[in-house]
Design a protein around this ligand. Structure first.
Ligand SMILES: C[S@@+](CC[C@H](N)C(=O)[O-])C[C@H]1O[C@@H](n2cnc3c(N)ncnc32)[C@H](O)[C@@H]1O
Length: 312
């Protein structure tokens, strides 16, 4: 072991504490030995005390060591209680995921996402329209991508996501790296090509609020496209026209079919949602096959719509 201490006894303790946390319970006694050895080499007012003359510091050190032992013992017993509590919980509720360790849940998420790559529903976010957006809008789009990805990670049946028309030297990529922790290790595909050249056109369904067709179902043979666009000054029909140029099928969320306008102070009603909200609805629908339930989840009251049956 190459661990050698310099500086005050306090620093020594915190180093040992850190070591203990890093190394776990098994090395506690070993670390005590380390503490003892290093204390003997401790300095006082810049002078090294010879091992034999440690009587001055021994009382102080012994007091600190007793205190330290108490802390370690308390931590150990707390960990033991925690472990027993988790074990009891697992035995009582064998099916509940929240009782699993973080490591297990991370592995489960990864497995589900990779499975989605082979057999899950597919979703593209068309990021080829960044030149239409201001810096502020790009930042908001980066935030929406983060939220969308976060929702997908939590889903029992996630989608496989592909960010298309996404250039790594573009401003949106830089914004995603800046704003979204761990962005470079997101489990999804990134492609510089646009969605129209990556997939067969007949498999594509461009989701756009301006479509005449209401989406009826989520089909595993289709690739759904969301327009990566934040347009504070609404740019009407941008994605609809893009889809038409490539003769690609379009669909809107079935808001009109299951929801009605509700009165609000601003008399504001909008069916245009952010990509993460559209995704939450798609994902909820894919899990429940229930449009009202899914729409309720994603259409906030601020949009001026409520479910039909919630109006007297
Ligand atoms: C903020 S909207 C952009 C609206 C933009 N004016 C356009 O032409 O698409 C971002 C994207 O979310 C999706 N979206 C938003 N509301 C939708 C709705 N009601 N139905 C289907 N897709 C929707 C579309 O893919 C849309 O491109």
């Amino acid at each position: 072991m190459d661990w050698k201490l310099e500086g005050s006894a306090q620093k020594t303790e915190s180093h040992v504490l850190q070591r203990l946390e890093d190394r776990g319970e098994d090395s506690i006694s070993e670390s005590f030995q380390l503490l003892q050895i290093d204390v003997e080499c401790e300095t006082w007012e810049g002078k090294t005390l010879p091992t034999g003359s440690a009587t001055w510091c021994s009382k102080n050190v012994q007091r600190k060591q007793r205190h330290w032992e108490k802390i370690v013992a308390a931590k150990k017993s707390k960990r033991k209680q925690e472990k027993e509590r988790r074990k009891a919980n697992r035995a009582e509720n064998p099916g509940i995921c929240s009782q699993h360790s973080k490591r297990f849940l991370r592995a489960l998420t990864k497995e589900r996402l990779l499975e989605a790559k082979h057999s899950g529903p597919r979703l593209c976010i068309d990021l080829s329209m960044t030149q239409r957006m201001s810096k502020k809008e790009l930042s908001r789009l980066a935030g929406q991508i983060r939220r969308l990805y976060g929702s997908n990670r939590k889903a029992d049946r996630p989608f496989w996501i592909c960010l298309t028309g996404f250039t790594m030297d573009g401003p949106l990529y830089k914004e995603c790296l800046r704003m979204n922790d761990g962005f470079s290790s997101y489990l999804l595909d990134i492609a510089e090509e646009d969605c129209f050249s990556l997939f067969r056109l007949e498999t594509l369904v461009y989701l756009t609020p301006d479509s005449e067709h209401a989406l009826e179902d989520v089909d595993l043979n289709k690739v759904y496209i969301l327009g990566g666009l934040v347009d504070e000054n609404i740019q009407k029909k941008v994605t609809f026209q893009k889809a038409q140029e490539h003769s690609v099928q379009t669909a809107r969320l079935p808001i009109q079919e299951y929801m009605v306008r509700c009165q609000n102070r601003r008399n504001y009603h909008s069916e245009i949602l952010a990509i993460n909200q559209v995704f939450d609805i798609l994902s909820a629908y894919f899990e429940t096959h229930n449009w009202p339930e899914a729409l309720k989840k994603g259409v906030s009251s601020g949009k001026g719509y409520v479910l039909q049956n919630s109006v007297e």
